[in-house]
Design a binder for this molecule. Structure first.
Ligand code: IDP
Ligand code: MG
Length: 150
């Protein structure tokens, strides 16, 4: 089953939106298989956002993502990467449709509340930055057959 990394960024933690953001993904049927709160240091932030190194917003992004605690979660389910990306909305909240996390709860690109991996390959790399393999749970929920057609 596909996995993806989700971060509730420091703005989401400060605004008291952890539950709402994770709850939307949970309510879609995705399963939380790993969860922790942490504060990223500069080294981890630079690795996590290494594809953006050299871009004008890079240092501001690293400073913001390390500015306070965040919540990291691994969600699992069919097409987890795509489902999370669609639930997040596009990077710029001004372009995000109502009903998405960014479209309902955010206004500007530098404070867009949530990270979600953009491909299964990047998801695997990003998950490994935050969780050891042994920290990722394997379990069944009693509701599974009501969410995912067997
Ligand atoms: P994503 O989070 O939707 O995948 P990316 O393009 O991967 O978007 O960019 C990573 C993060 O960098 C964004 O979520 C946003 O917080 C920040 N960012 C991206 N582009 C800009 C920009 O043009 N100005 C300021 N921040 C940006
Ligand atoms: Mg991205």
């Amino acid at each position: 089953m596909e996995r993806t990394l989700v971060l509730v960024k420091p703005d989401g933690v400060q605004r008291g939106l952890i539950g709402q953001i994770l709850g939307r993904l949970e309510a879609r049927g995705l399963k939380i298989v790993a969860l922790r709160a942490l504060q990223m240091d500069q080294a981890l932030a630079r690795r996590h956002y290494s594809v953006h190194e050299g871009k004008p917003f890079f240092q501001g992004l690293v400073d913001f993502i390390t500015s306070g605690p965040l919540v990291a979660a691994v969600f699992e389910g069919p097409n987890a990467v795509e489902v999370v990306r669609n639930t997040m909305g596009p990077t710029d909240p001004a372009k995000a449709a109502p009903g998405t996390v960014r479209g309902d709860l955010a206004l500007t690109i530098g404070r867009n509340l949530i990270h979600g991996s953009d491909s299964p390959d990047n998801a695997a790399k990003e998950i490994a930055l935050f969780f050891a393999e042994g920290e990722i749970l394997s379990y069944q929920r009693a509701t599974e057959g009501w969410i995912i057609e067997p």
